[in-house]
Design a binder for this molecule. Sequence first.
Ligand code: C2E
Ligand code: CA
Ligand code: CA
Ligand code: CA
Length: 277
Amino acid sequence: AKADGRNRHHFYSRALHGEIQRQQQLRHDLRAALDAGQFWLAYQPKVNPASGELLGAEALLRWNGPDGPVSPAMFIPVAEETGLIVPLGRWVLREACAQARRWSDDGHALPVSVNISAAQFGETGFLETVQEELRASGLSAHLLELEVTETILMRHVEHVQRNLAALRALGVQVSIDDFGTGYSSLSYLHEFPVTTLKIDRSFLAPGRSGPQATALITAIIGLGRALNLQVIAEGVEQPAQVRALLDLGCAAMQGYLFAPPLPPAAFEAWRRDWPAQ
Ligand code: C2E
Ligand code: CA
Ligand code: CA
Ligand code: CA
């Protein structure tokens, strides 16, 4: 039994060693990709299809790896596990602020939204990072929006509340991404000084277009109204969804129906043609 235990221990430590090596390799690859300039940002418009207004653009990270594009669903979790999300996320913030500043300089000011991971938001220096990037880019704070998840909010409630209050005091907008999929307690929601609820696209999925999904969307829109928050729906792919959302009182939308995430030049071209028809 003793030998058995020793073997098992040996096995575990080898597996652990392998895991650590794998993590280090991945972190190394991502770091190298960051240094090699293989990351870029795509921009997806947020629109009000009723008024034709362009409301903003969400920055979405893209990686052109040596073997072709790698989905953020693949590499973001790795970046989060290995801690590389902190420098990578800072790069995203810098790049997005610089882009929004150019839009502003060109006379077409447009708010830019940046996704923030829990590990980033929890960093002690996060607030200062945001302030520094705003200062370095010269972007007006009200043209920056951060998208955070419910998981972030529920993690270290007091620290998060302080951070949010400080961001809001700067003029930065904050939205709760993927709203309705996390574990946020409704009784807490009003204590977080956020500006927007972003209805998760799973609620709009074609397979969920029944009365239940409608009831959930209606509830979120009502919640937004009660708490005086803006509400935006993501993942809008069909005209029928647009009509349904407008009927329910949600006019802010984002999705493939309007435009996919686009490289900056394609975004400019799309913008010149919007509103279509
Ligand atoms: P997310 O923040 O919820 O972003 C929305 C995702 O839905 C994007 O996927 C977008 O391309 C996709 N999408 C947009 N419209 C539609 C639509 O009409 N239908 C469908 N089916 N999908 C649509 P993407 O770009 O692959 O990003 C996936 C996730 O990776 C993001 O989800 C976000 O959580 C994360 N991510 C992306 N960029 C960053 C970043 O710079 N920092 C951090 N921390 N996370 C990021
Ligand atoms: Ca997002
Ligand atoms: Ca989302
Ligand atoms: Ca998501």
